[in-house]
Design a protein around this ligand. Structure first.
Ligand SMILES: [Zn+2]
Ligand SMILES: [Zn+2]
Length: 149
């Protein structure tokens, strides 16, 4: 989804859910949508701190949580202690590097598509699931080789 379409979606969701569309929210959504590399809140804060000098790190964290609740942004199941965010909320698998923590989209978007039941026999209601492939990215594999020589 383009950055422009994402802004449109943000506008519509804010209107329908009675959430105000502040300049901060617009800027944070823009910063996330243009990157497309699943940044952390801190990375987005770094991107935004010169554009919007008055914005605090806490605001970035809080707005991202709001976006997740509104279904506008997904938190990637990345195994990292810091959450990575994705403006693409459609279900798609991710590749996560165990070394540098980089998160990428896996090229085959239909890989690992499951049809979980809505409820388990125990009464656990299933609302979502994630497909995460973990390993080592090309760069980290090269570093590994270089250092072991
Ligand atoms: Zn890596
Ligand atoms: Zn993604």
């Amino acid at each position: 989804m383009s950055e422009e379409k994402k802004q449109q979606q943000l506008k519509e969701v804010c209107r329908s859910r009675g959430v105000s569309l502040t300049p901060q929210r617009r800027a944070i959504m823009r910063a996330l949508a243009v990157r497309g590399d699943h940044p952390t809140a801190d990375q987005l804060y770094d991107d935004l701190s010169c554009q919007m000098p008055g914005m605090s790190r806490t605001t970035v964290y809080r707005v991202l949580e709001t976006f997740v609740k509104l279904g506008l942004v997904r938190k990637v199941d990345s195994r990292a202690s810091k959450a990575h965010f994705d403006a693409d909320v459609t279900l798609h698998p991710h590749l996560v590097c165990l070394d540098c923590g980089k998160v990428c989209d896996f090229e085959d978007r239909d890989f690992g598509v499951l049809k979980p039941p809505a409820m388990t026999d125990d009464g656990f209601q299933i609302v979502d699931y994630a497909v995460t492939l973990v390993g080592y990215c090309r760069q980290c594999r090269h570093h590994e080789k270089a250092s072991s020589d």
